[in-house]
Design a protein around this ligand. Structure first.
Ligand code: ZN
Length: 634
């Protein structure tokens, strides 16, 4: 019952890859094809799991909407497209182009899908298994009134045939579409170089749970239309974009309860307790519901059947509620008005997303911040796990970070505790003792200052040398440090100028912790690595990760976590992976751990291009530092 229409420009398929190394290879291919050494600008966007459409506007009016079909010709579904949210009948512009073909994805939002299923059930039809199938079915309906009931939406992500309009970049194109009243795939920005693009991609992946539509990957595109033209296409797909996809698994289970977890900075996080369900080989029994807004958007009630998704390495999350399975027995969850652990006041974050307990003496915050303080990410105190922390708090022996270092004076009391024999006490105290000399950036991380994770802490430690020096800086000076910026600077400044922060620092100084080495003193001795940027990857035998960084600093070098043309040396240990490949590709000198060590005696290895001591390529990496961004804990 549909007219078949030929696409003026074919709707080619996209090449799929399933890991980031393959995305980097794509970048290498693209630059080789263009014969360009310098990094290119890429955009990264969600790949919506819907039905691809081509929508053509002529002189600003919706002229035709066609399915992808076989890529050469598709079905004319204009009658249905008129009912789709996001496909305006007229473009909002006074000077419309003669022809503008917009490509995008039609889909049913997760929050609408429940209604669609409920209506199907009411009509005694078999409900659709997922929004994608429902969308495909709806698009092919003959009666647009029926199609309208499915509440289809559309988000644009590309262009096809045009007349009377041109764009320089993808970002510009998307901005223009939005100005003309056509919604586009959200959060698309341009990034210089594939590493920056992938970093942003990781952020998009971490925020999958906040979307109201299903996603099955990311699409990475060359931003410049001129370069796209140069790149062209193979017979199957364009050379200027790639889909980075992951396997997705879903299961239906029931929400048995919803509780609130209070985090180390007081954030109240709702958590769904699920009837355990197996998804892709692992049993899932809990899922974060992230925050109050998301709880409301999902509309979950205790007792609801929900679809839980597990995608790649992403933590499982609740996608939607199966509203048609409601019996009326479900109970709504009221988000608490006070901290459920201490009864203290809560406030909404500046960003408006998180709700936070602001009682500085909140026991939950004490427990969680001590857990973090002692963790591998921070002071790495062996023997001080969460069970032990809870026990010590209970016994009144731990009320602050500094109390950890006072435990050695309370051995009699400690021995009275359950599960605390002489041997375990000895181990615990030894673990605590060892942590005293951890590098200062670890202490800074452990202080649990908002927005300051391991990587920002390292940057600050490098720049200022000692904790006291960091504490003495103005907000402006802190903000001027590379990679820090105003949000983190304010947080650091406020911490060191708060009563709580000052007291904490004084007590820890008294406890004899490593507060760092002044920058001036650090610069004593020969500096054979002066001005050199060094990246370390793979596993080393002589140094730990912290030690190798300190070693490089002591010799005047800069330890960086990513390889670029500015890198002078890559120290490659066993199982060096993509960083080694990248270094070889860029012609960065690759050296062994031994060669680095000998640099202390002024023995400098050969310049770039030497292939001495290149270990076998592998997968695991040591050099990367944990990324963090000022977006609150989550
Ligand atoms: Zn509290």
């Amino acid at each position: 019952g549909f007219e078949t229409v030929e696409h003026r420009l074919p709707m080619l398929s996209i090449d799929n890859v399933y890991d980031t190394d393959a995305v980097r290879e794509f970048d290498v291919r693209v630059r080789r094809f263009l014969q360009r050494d310098e990094p290119l600008d890429y955009t990264v966007e969600y790949k919506i799991d819907g039905v691809a459409l081509s929508v053509t506007y002529e002189n600003g009016h919706l002229a035709r909407a066609v399915t992808r079909g076989d890529g050469r010709r598709g079905d004319d579904i204009t009658h249905n497209a008129r009912t789709i949210g996001g496909v305006p009948l007229r473009l909002e512009t006074d000077s419309p182009p003669a022809v503008l073909e917009i490509r995008g994805e039609a889909f049913i939002a997760n929050s609408d899908f429940a209604h669609v299923r409920a209506e199907q059930k009411a009509r005694n039809e078999t409900p659709f298994a997922n929004p994608r199938n429902a969308t495909a079915g709806a698009i092919k309906l003959l009666d647009p009134k029926q199609c309208a009931k499915r509440r289809l939406r559309f988000l644009a992500h590309g262009t096809g045939y045009t007349e009377g309009i041109a764009f320089e970049t993808h970002v510009e194109f998307l901005n223009l579409l939005r100005e003309m009243g056509v919604p586009t795939t959200p959060h698309v920005k341009s990034y210089r170089g594939i590493d920056a693009a992938l970093e942003h991609g990781q952020e998009l992946i971490e925020n999958l749970h906040s979307l109201d539509f299903e996603v099955d990957g990311l699409v990475i595109k060359v931003n410049s239309f001129a370069l796209r033209d140069e790149l062209g296409a193979t017979s199957k797909s364009p050379r200027w974009l790639i889909a980075y996809k992951w396997e997705k698994y879903e299961a239906v289970t029931q929400i048995e309860d919803i509780t609130i977890q209070v985090g180390k900075t007081g954030t109240l996080t709702p958590v769904a307790h699920l009837t355990p369900v197996k998804i892709a080989g692992t049993t899932v029994s809990r899922a974060s519901l992230h925050n109050r807004d998301e709880l409301q958007r999902l509309g979950v009630r205790i007792g609801d059947h929900v679809v839980v998704e597990k995608a790649g390495k992403i933590i499982p999350h609740v996608v939607r509620v199966e509203e048609d399975q409601r019996t009326g027995e479900e109970t709504e969850f009221a988000f608490p008005e006070r901290c459920p652990e201490c009864g203290g006041d809560v406030v909404q974050d500046e960003g408006g997303v998180y709700v936070r307990c602001i009682n500085p003496n909140c026991p939950a915050q004490l427990r969680e911040s001590l857990r973090f303080f002692a963790s591998r990410q921070a002071m790495d105190i062996e023997g001080l796990g969460i069970k032990r922390i809870e026990q010590l708090i209970e016994a009144g022996l731990l009320t602050s970070f500094a109390d950890v270092y006072r435990l050695k004076d309370k051995q009699e009391k400690l021995l009275e505790l359950e599960r605390m024999g002489e041997k375990s006490l000895e181990n615990l105290l030894a673990g605590i003792e060892q942590s005293r000399s951890r590098p200062m950036w670890r202490l800074l991380t452990a202080l649990n200052i908002r927005h300051v994770g391991a990587s920002n802490a390292q940057v600050l430690a490098d720049r200022f040398g000692t904790l006291d020096e960091i504490a003495a800086q103005s907000e402006e000076t802190l903000a001027e440090v590379d990679e820090i910026g105003p949000v983190i600077a304010r947080s650091v400044y406020e911490f060191f100028h708060s009563d709580v922060g000052r007291k904490m620092v004084d007590e820890l100084r008294e406890a004899g912790l490593n507060f760092g080495t002044p920058v001036e003193r650090r610069e004593e001795g020969p500096k054979p690595l002066e001005g050199k940027t060094i990246v370390v990857t793979g596993s080393l035998t002589r140094f730990t990760r912290d030690e190798v960084k300190e070693f490089i600093h002591r010799l005047g070098g800069k330890a960086s976590s990513s390889v670029s043309k500015k890198t002078d040396y890559l120290v490659a240990g066993e199982k060096a992976g993509s960083k080694l490949e990248k270094a070889n590709e860029l012609g960065v000198a690759v050296i062994t751990e031994e060669q680095l060590f000998k640099m202390a005696d002024g023995e400098m290895p050969a310049a770039a291009g030497s292939d001495t001591g290149t270990p076998e390529a592998g997968v695991s990496e040591v050099g990367a530092s944990e990324g963090e961004s000022p977006k609150g804990e989550s």
